[in-house]
Design a protein around this ligand. Structure first.
Ligand SMILES: NC(=O)c1ccc[n+]([C@@H]2O[C@H](COP(=O)([O-])OP(=O)(O)OC[C@H]3O[C@@H](n4cnc5c(N)ncnc54)[C@H](O)[C@@H]3O)[C@@H](O)[C@H]2O)c1
Length: 285
């Protein structure tokens, strides 16, 4: 099946980036939000990213205008009725995701592929909310989507080989390198990242080292583009906590249990870059 039109559910941090890279690859895109205000904000973030790219000479004004014209915003799921692929990118909540997949299953064509950008939740649990589990897979993009090269394709026990092939082709079309990940909590990347990030947060909360020294140590000593505490802020501490809890609930391994400092920061509403304050203060920068 040829993918011509892509739907994206949620136009937050990830959904806006996914909509952008799909439009950049030439697909017609429909992106939805929970209400008009959030939709305006999400579409605005795509516009700002591209305006900045034009300023830096990476994209021409004509290309930006053409790309934007391929993205249609909506708050009505019925607009996904003619999509060949729909990628869900709402918050990391299994009940909400299942509800959305059941709705998409009703609305989308029978041969449409339904994907979740979930960071760690069970793809088969989400797929079982539909009548087409063989056409459901994980398409796990990384943040910021326009810049990060990886796309983790998650194969549940029910995902067909045909769906995986379509996922690989789609990944190539949007300029990503794909890897096939198992449907286990955290897949490949977050399964490895979480214990590492938690180690950094526990070192910080124990007072052994400053956040700046931990981040500089990892950047310069391990050659990472950013330290784990900066990365936690970038991902969003609310999302980090969701991921940690989801993996811990399944595995009960202490390395995945969220550190107290992460729970306290989330409770305080300090969710990182997206709220202006996390472990670092972004209002000052
Ligand atoms: N933040 C990251 O670094 C990252 C990386 C990879 C994957 N993910 C995953 O991507 C998903 C989205 O994460 P995010 O960081 O973009 O979160 P976010 O909070 O920035 O965006 C989620 C958006 O979904 C919208 N939404 C909620 N209910 C909706 C509905 N019924 N219909 C349409 N939109 C709705 C919200 O209004 C919000 O704007 C999560 O599953 C997360 O685990 C996140």
């Amino acid at each position: 099946m040829e993918i011509k039109k892509v739907g994206v559910v949620g136009c937050g941090l990830m959904g806006s980036g996914i909509a952008q890279v799909c439009a950049q690859a030439g697909y017609q895109v429909v992106v939805s939000e929970a209400n008009e205000e959030l939709l305006k904000k999400g579409l605005g973030s795509i516009d700002s990213f591209l305006a900045n790219s034009v300023k830096k000479g990476r994209v021409t004004q004509e290309d930006k205008d053409a790309l934007i014209s391929r993205i249609k915003g909506t708050i009505d799921f019925k607009d996904f009725a003619d999509c060949n692929l729909v990628i869900e990118a709402v918050v990391e909540n299994i009940d909400l995701k299942k509800k959305i997949f059941a709705q998409l299953d009703e609305i989308c064509p029978d041969d449409a592929i339904l994907a979740s950008n979930t960071s760690c939740l069970s793809v088969i649990d989400i797929a079982n909310a539909t009548s087409r589990p063989e056409k459901v897979l994980g398409l796990h993009f990384f943040n910021p989507v326009p810049l990060m090269k990886l796309l983790e394709i998650v194969k549940s026990i029910a995902t067909s080989d045909e769906t995986i092939e379509a996922g690989k082709e789609f990944g190539k079309a949007v300029g990503k390198t794909t890897i096939i990940a198992p449907d286990i909590p955290g897949f490949i990347v977050n399964r490895l990242l979480m214990p590492f990030m938690h180690g950094a947060l526990r070192m910080l909360e124990s007072g052994y080292a400053t956040k700046e020294d931990i981040d500089t140590g990892v950047k310069l000593g391990l050659g990472h583009p950013m330290g784990p505490i900066t990365l936690a802020d970038l991902i969003g501490l609310d999302t980090d906590l969701f991921i940690a809890n989801a993996i811990y609930d399944e595995l009960k391994e202490t390395q995945y249990a969220p550190p107290t400092i992460l729970k306290k920061m989330v409770a305080a509403g300090w969710w990182g870059r997206k709220t202006g304050k996390g472990f670092y203060d972004y209002n000052k920068k």
